[in-house]
Ligand binder design. Structure first.
Ligand code: ATP
Length: 198
């Protein structure tokens, strides 16, 4: 039975960077936030969204996520409707992907909101990636050209590192990438993951 490793961490901690390093060992990686973003543009979801929220949330035929967010923001009932459309599709997509990768001993499921979404319950092992708050803010400003306030707002809406660490099996401190990779190597060794196992 394939084991699921949940890989999480706050915004800018370096989850995707570590996930890509682990991919180089042949471990199949599911980047949940990227997959969900793509699925949001799928026919199945866009048709249901149009039926529920109207065509105003589209611009030139493409879903405008900001407009959708503005509608569901502060309206729990609308947010529930959105989740009822999106969650089953995302869940089914992951389950299909898992079946496609059922020869692997381990797969990695990467998401910032592993705990907040409840997805941690399906994981056999959980790894949290951390980095100092200032480092994370600087990385995200550089990567996304966004504002400090917006990043801090997103960080505040997520679990703290202390909360994540308390429910994790392993922690990768990612200030220095070299040190973080060494820690990842150690974890792979403990889990007895070698290329031939993936
Ligand atoms: P998000 O939650 O926003 O998706 P994330 O946790 O997946 O973020 P990454 O996208 O992996 O984080 O990293 C954020 C940025 O920081 C990227 O531009 C990445 O190249 C850079 N970065 C990651 N780790 C390090 C490191 N150890 N040293 C320097 N830069 C790093």
């Amino acid at each position: 039975m394939t084991k699921i490793i949940g890989l999480t961490g706050g915004i800018g901690s370096g989850k995707t960077t570590i996930a890509n390093y682990l991919r180089s060992f042949g471990i199949p990686i599911y980047i949940a936030d990227d997959e969900a973003r793509q699925l949001m543009q799928s026919k199945e979801i866009t048709v249901a969204l149009e039926n529920t929220f109207g065509e105003a949330i589209f611009e030139n035929g493409i879903l405008n996520r900001e407009k959708l967010a503005a509608i569901v923001f502060n309206e729990p009932e609308k947010l529930e409707q959105l989740n009822a459309i999106v969650h089953p599709v995302v869940k089914r997509h992951f389950e299909n992907w898992l079946t496609e990768n059922n020869k692997a001993s381990y797969i990695i499921y990467e998401t910032a909101i592993l705990f907040e979404s409840g997805s941690y319950k399906k994981c056999d092992i959980i790894i949290t990636v951390t980095a100092p708050l200032e480092t994370r803010v600087e990385r995200v400003i550089k990567r996304d050209k966004t504002s400090r306030e917006l990043i801090l707002k997103r960080i505040k809406a997520q679990w703290t590192d202390e909360q994540r660490i308390s429910k994790s099996n392993f922690v990768i401190e990612n200030s220095s990438l070299e040190v973080a990779k060494q820690k990842a190597d150690e974890i792979l060794k403990i889990l007895a993951i070698t290329q031939k196992h993936c």
